[in-house]
Design a protein around this ligand. Structure first.
Ligand code: DX5
Ligand code: ZN
Length: 229
């Protein structure tokens, strides 16, 4: 099966105005976002706490593109059905979140969603070698998860290794953390096709003045596309 390997920009609403998610989602989509990235944190797997299924269900009403939900929680399995009900298109769980990621990915697909598997910076590419037939997306963290606005950690070797491992399989490679117009070409050249960006998309704009969102998305896209593959 062929998948769309063109660059997709997925703004993380972790950098949006938390009192105005509906209009923020509408603004980033109107300004060219391809997907909407939703960072779910539990204050346990990562040292920060964001939102749960009822909030994600409320976001869904505004998302016209793809709702890409990144779970930074442990355990994952008891919440899979709740995120399916909330309307996630893609649900991503971390390899490090528990001993049974294989079962978790099966359960995510079983609940009707696309399954993503995320790797912390300290986890090698090989951790997903036996999961590729169960995954629609591999998310390579280029920061230690928990907070927006951190500096990019170079994982280009890992991205290249994953790209080779994936071969012709219909699996997206997503990069999450510290993506800017400066770092986007590095990860795109290594084989990534989905670029999550929080602070680099939302900086300088607001729902009242959304044009900077569009300029920021465009700058990341142009930088990522201006590479020789
Ligand atoms: C980090 C989150 C990211 C984060 C990216 O834990 O998973 O999605 O919001 O933010 P920036 O682009 O600001 O690094
Ligand atoms: Zn994320």
């Amino acid at each position: 099966m062929e998948i769309d390997r063109r660059i997709k920009i997925a703004p993380s609403i972790l950098s949006a105005d938390f009192a105005d998610f509906g209009r923020e989602i509408q603004a980033i989509e109107a300004q060219g976002a391809d997907w909407v990235h939703v960072d779910v944190m539990d204050g346990h797997f990562v040292p920060n706490l964001t939102f749960g299924p009822p909030a994600v269900a409320a976001f869904r009403r505004h998302v016209k593109t793809v709702m890409d939900v990144h779970l930074m929680i442990a355990p994952v399995d008891p919440y899979i059905d709740a995120y399916a009900q909330a309307g996630a298109d893609i649900l991503t769980a971390h390899v490090e979140a528990g001993p049974h990621i294989h079962r978790t990915l099966q359960a995510i697909r079983g609940a009707g969603m696309k399954a993503g598997v995320a790797l912390n910076p300290g986890t090698p590419a090989e951790a997903v070698a036996h999961l590729l037939d169960l995954a629609d997306l591999v998310c390579v963290m280029t920061v230690n998860p928990g907070f927006g606005g951190q500096s990019f950690i170079d994982m280009t070797d890992k991205i290249r290794a994953l790209r080779a491992m994936i071969g012709d399989r219909p699996i997206h490679i997503e990069i999450d953390g510290g993506v800017t117009p400066q770092t986007a070409p590095l990860v795109a050249r290594a084989g990534a096709d989905v670029l999550v960006a929080g602070s680099a998309v939302f900086k300088g704009g607001s729902v009242e003045n959304p044009a900077p969102y569009g300029m920021n998305i465009h700058a990341i896209r142009v930088a990522a596309e201006s590479i020789e593959v």
